[in-house]
Design a protein around this ligand. Structure first.
Ligand SMILES: Nc1nc2c(ncn2[C@@H]2O[C@H](COP(=O)(O)OP(=O)(O)O)[C@@H](O)[C@H]2O)c(=O)[nH]1
Ligand SMILES: [Mg+2]
Length: 218
């Protein structure tokens, strides 16, 4: 299968560069392509930050909140919809990459294996990759695959930012308690990890997460 390109978007054309673009470095993000294999990605130049997480964790919602755009990445109430590597270009030539969501039971085993291999190859080989943003529902213990991602990042010394999503579902006290628990739950995977309680609808952690992504991109 060949990568799909959106006709209306591209590296050059975006109309969102207004006054706000100076305060939000991710504001001008624009869809470039959706790939089925790592070798279909754009040239491995400049800097890239990848977004990973269980299906339905809130990955697309987080990308939209960070970019300050309502419908940049497609959100869904149906888990398992995004089974592609979706690339967004930033005005400065850097990129955000939405990795396929994992852990969705209804994905056929062969396809799941395909994506496991592609994510693995992507993390190992992508020279422009500067960091990973892992999105995990604050209410749940990190999944086995979340832990594998964290351990993998630690092993290759890739900085990792964990967005503890759906923080609006908990009280402020519960959010703080869960943050400390997750710190313990992921401690054994090691590595440089920044934890940020996050809510797309409430805007919690959005500025902090944007700053973290911008810092990774350099
Ligand atoms: N309450 C709440 N719901 C969220 C949040 N982020 C995502 N959701 C909802 O969770 C579902 C999955 O979100 P989506 O961004 O598509 O998840 P993805 O599969 O990880 O990309 C959708 O119904 C979203 O509206 C959040 O921070 N708070
Ligand atoms: Mg998604």
């Amino acid at each position: 299968m060949s990568p799909t390109r959106h006709p209306g978007h591209g590296l050059g054309g975006n109309q969102t560069q207004g006054r706000q673009s100076t305060s939000n470095p991710l504001r001008g993000a624009a869809f470039v392509l959706a790939a089925h294999r790592v070798d279909q990605l754009p040239p491995d130049t400049a800097a890239e930050v990848a977004f990973a997480g269980r299906s339905n964790a809130g990955k697309s919602s987080a990308i939209n909140a960070l970019a300050g755009q309502g419908a940049l990445a497609r959100t869904s109430k149906t888990p398992g919809r995004t089974q592609q590597l979706v690339v967004f270009a930033l005005p400065g030539g850097h990129r955000l990459v939405d990795l396929p969501g994992y852990g969705y039971a209804k994905v056929p085993p062969a396809l799941r294996q395909h994506w496991k291999q592609e994510i693995d190859a992507y993390l190992r080989k992508r020279q422009s990759l500067r960091g990973l943003v892992l999105i995990a529902d604050i209410r749940h213990a990190p999944a086995a695959f979340d832990r594998q991602m964290l351990a993998f990042c630690a092993a290759i010394e890739l900085p990792c930012v964990v967005l503890l999503s759906k923080a609006d579902k908990l009280s402020r006290a519960q959010v703080h308690a869960r943050q400390r628990e997750v710190e313990d739950e992921i401690a054994e995977e090691g590595g440089r990890v920044q934890l940020i309680p996050f809510s797309a609808p409430a805007g919690t952690g959005v500025h902090e997460a944007r700053a973290a992504v911008a810092a990774l991109l350099g």
